[in-house]
Write a protein that binds this ligand. Structure first.
Ligand code: PLP
Length: 365
């Protein structure tokens, strides 16, 4: 079976975990601190705060931006639910804005239409591993005094204009969940250049405790363990190799799958490096069989593709009951019907790629 994702773990990770186990310091400790320094350096920011998940990073990051009850936060309906849930967790209102056809990321013109007096922040997502249109969103944010939280959970290793994903907002959130480009089972990172956001994030991670005044605000237990951090540190050392392999695999897929009727390949923006957490094609009506039939066919052949996402968030019961309905975000709805993500991770071999291309080519000339 060629899986849609598979972590790459070797002796280095095993040894690092063993060392932590033997140290007796299993919870948050010196290894987490080291990881934070290395992560901040890799992204090119002043501060990184390690947390227990990407969701925790989004929640704490948004909270540090001051989002609360009565606020509106604009985000994309074409993302994982964990982008939007933290908005609800803070008692704020989720306001969706439709995406671009070509890169699946939030469309700045649609964001502009959704800004009201109550809009506090925007959460653009670097979907599948490509940085969003940060220039136009930043302009809107500056003009309307909005904060930006970049959901970079799928984009570690990506860059745009020579800057790494995670640097295109007031605060950014990463995930180290098992399916991401680097991982430690479960984990997350908050990154920022803003000292106040950094300090608040650290407080929120540890029960709202302030070193000077004790418990000053509501807080959480969002700490990362040294065990997880030990894995993440080893993975971070390997990231450039992982990224290169994903890029090579993506190139091979693009070469092998070009000029098939009804199959649209992912495009990388000229100024961007795509992290290819997912290599996502569109299977349109012009393709010989339906997307779901191709998905089932490939699975039967041992190629485990994925559909991210088969239903945009505004059509999920949780958000639908807030008044959203079919037709509200036509570009996202069309994408949900057409997308298919093909295995691209570093463990996919050249032989696997060839087999994937041949299998899809059974339906295309
Ligand atoms: C994975 C992911 C998250 C959540 O990260 P967890 O570590 O699973 O909590 C949030 N947003 C996006 C876009 C993701 O892909």
């Amino acid at each position: 079976m060629i899986n849609i994702s598979q972590p790459s773990i070797n002796d280095e990770e095993t040894k690092a975990v063993k060392k932590v186990l033997e140290s007796g310091m299993l919870a948050q400790g010196p290894v987490v601190k080291k990881l934070e320094e290395e992560f901040a350096k890799y992204i090119g920011v002043k501060y990184a705060v390690a947390v227990s998940s990407g969701t925790a990073a989004i929640h704490a990051g948004l909270s540090a931006l001051g989002v609360g009850p009565g606020d509106e936060v604009i985000t994309t309906p074409f993302t994982f639910v964990a982008t939007a849930n933290p908005i609800l967790m803070l008692g704020a209102k989720v306001v969706f804005a439709d995406i671009n056809e070509e890169d699946f990321n939030i469309n700045p013109s649609e964001v502009k239409k959704k800004i009201t007096k109550r809009t506090k922040a925007v959460i653009p997502v670097d979907l599948f591993g490509q940085v969003y249109d940060f220039k136009r969103i930043k302009k809107l944010a500056d003009k309307n005094s909005l904060k930006i939280l970049e959901d970079a959970c799928q984009a570690i290793g990506a860059s745009r204009d020579g800057k790494k994903a995670g640097r295109f907002a007031d605060v950014a959130a990463f995930s180290l969940y098992a399916t991401k480009n680097i991982m430690c089972g479960e984990g997350g990172m908050i990154v920022t250049n803003d000292e106040a956001i950094y300090k608040t994030s650290k407080k929120l991670r540890h029960h709202g405790r302030c070193a000077v005044n004790g418990y000053t605000n509501i807080g959480y237990n969002y700490r990362m363990t040294d065990l997880a951090a030990a894995i993440a540190r080893e993975q971070l050392k390997k990231i450039d190799g992982f990224s290169k392999k994903r890029e090579e695999n993506a190139k091979k897929l693009t070469k092998g799958l070009s000029n098939i009727g009804g199959l649209i390949l992912p495009k990388t923006k000229k100024d961007s490096v795509h992290a290819f957490n997912h290599y996502t094609v569109r299977i349109t009506d012009d393709f010989k069989i339906k997307r779901d039939e191709l998905l089932a066919f490939l699975r039967k052949k041992g190629i485990n593709c994925g559909v991210y996402y088969d239903k945009p968030l505004h059509l999920q019961p949780l958000f639908k009951k807030m008044g959203y309905k079919e037709g509200d975000f036509p570009v996202a709805e069309k994408a949900a019907k057409e997308v298919l993500s093909i295995p691209v991770h570093p463990m996919v071999s050249t032989k696997d790629i060839k087999y994937i291309i041949e299998s899809i080519r059974e339906y295309g000339k």
